[in-house]
Design a protein around this ligand. Structure first.
Ligand code: GLU
Ligand code: ZN
Length: 330
């Protein structure tokens, strides 16, 4: 799929779920696509658990996610259940690595300490934004240098990345040539909080780089994070991976699939006796890669998918679709 690969560069992809609830059909589709993308290039696969958001993580969810992925017929070469050279594969066990990266960003003055409260950040914003991530940070604290954090330690503050001027571009494996302007979307972004620890943006870059991941296929709800992550790769002197963003699964009203809807959960499908091969066939049909539903294991599709020909619109999951899956005839 990549034309600029040197023969020595073996593809390494990853599945990076957050254990905040059971996986649903949208995850199944995105992970199936990510798995096939790497395996079709003869690539390796890594499973990493992203559990930094302690307010949302549920202890029992990790085992359930692994069961869900295995039920679907996906496997991995390194992960929390089987180990590997680049472990641990659970983010909460990798905290010191993020601290090292933050030290470097501080030393290079790529970050500054921000003491704004959320309310202050919202009030100071003037430009309207369509993003659901909230308004762009107005740069209130950007005059501070990284060395000025010392006296702030008695109160909560955040480290923000100083976003440079200009657009960031990448060649998306699904969307094609893409650009983003992180100054317009979010502005200087958070990489850590002194009381809570690293942000998603910093942890994901540090881990993907440390684990040798060179292919990141994920949902397109994360597309606005990609320019930020590319900036972090550059600031840390690291090589960014190939990114590919897969259209999300939505309900008939156009809303993102909600974790609270049990009928969409893989665990429910599994318990009601749905054949995972049928689900895989139905997901591949939804991608536009086959005309009919042909039950199959993911491994039977290795080498037969083309990310550039993935159906570009959101995948609408209807109750009828789920019903027919349960009846064995989608
Ligand atoms: N752990 C993130 C999530 O489940 C995905 C991160 C990523 O793919 O970059 O939303
Ligand atoms: Zn601030």
């Amino acid at each position: 799929m990549r034309s600029d690969d040197s023969p020595s560069r073996r593809t390494v992809g990853r599945l990076a779920p957050s254990p905040t609830g059971g996986l649903h059909l949208g995850h199944a589709r995105t992970f199936l696509i990510a798995w096939l993308a790497s395996r079709s290039e003869g690539g390796r696969m890594i499973l990493r658990i992203e559990d930094l958001d302690s307010t949302r993580v549920r202890a029992e969810a990790r085992r359930g996610m692994i069961d869900d992925l295995q039920w679907l017929g996906l496997d991995w070469d390194e992960g929390p259940d089987i180990g590997g050279d680049q472990g641990p594969y659970v983010q909460s066990e990798r905290i010191e690595r993020y601290a090292t990266a933050l030290d470097r960003l501080q030393a290079d003055q790529r970050v500054y300490p921000c003491t704004c409260t959320r309310a202050e950040i919202a009030r100071a914003a003037s430009a309207p934004h369509s993003e659901d991530e909230g308004p762009s940070y107005p740069g209130t604290c950007s005059g501070r240098s990284a060395d000025e954090a010392g006296p702030l330690h008695h109160r909560p503050f955040a480290w923000r990345f100083r976003v440079p001027e200009g657009v960031v571009s990448w060649d998306d494996a699904v969307l094609g040539p893409s650009i983003g302007d992180p100054r317009q979307v979010g502005g200087d972004f958070l990489v850590a909080r002194n009381t809570i620890g690293p942000s998603y943006q910093l942890a994901v870059v540090v881990d993907d780089a440390a684990m040798g991941i060179n292919q990141v296929i994920r949902g397109d709800d994360l597309v606005s994070s990609t320019p930020r992550q590319i900036l972090l790769y550059q600031a840390l002197g690291l090589q960014p991976p190939t990114f590919g963003h897969v259209p999300l699964a939505v309900d008939p009203g156009g809303r993102r699939l909600a974790k609270r809807d049990g009928s969409l959960k893989l665990a429910t499908l599994r318990e009601t006796g749905v054949d995972p091969r049928r689900l895989v066939g139905a997901l591949l049909q939804s991608c536009g890669w086959s005309d009919s539903v042909q039950p199959a294991w993911p491994r039977e599709w290795i080498g037969r998918v083309d990310l550039a020909r993935l159906r570009p619109e959101p995948w609408v999951v209807t109750p009828e679709w789920i019903q027919s899956l349960q009846n064995g005839r989608p």
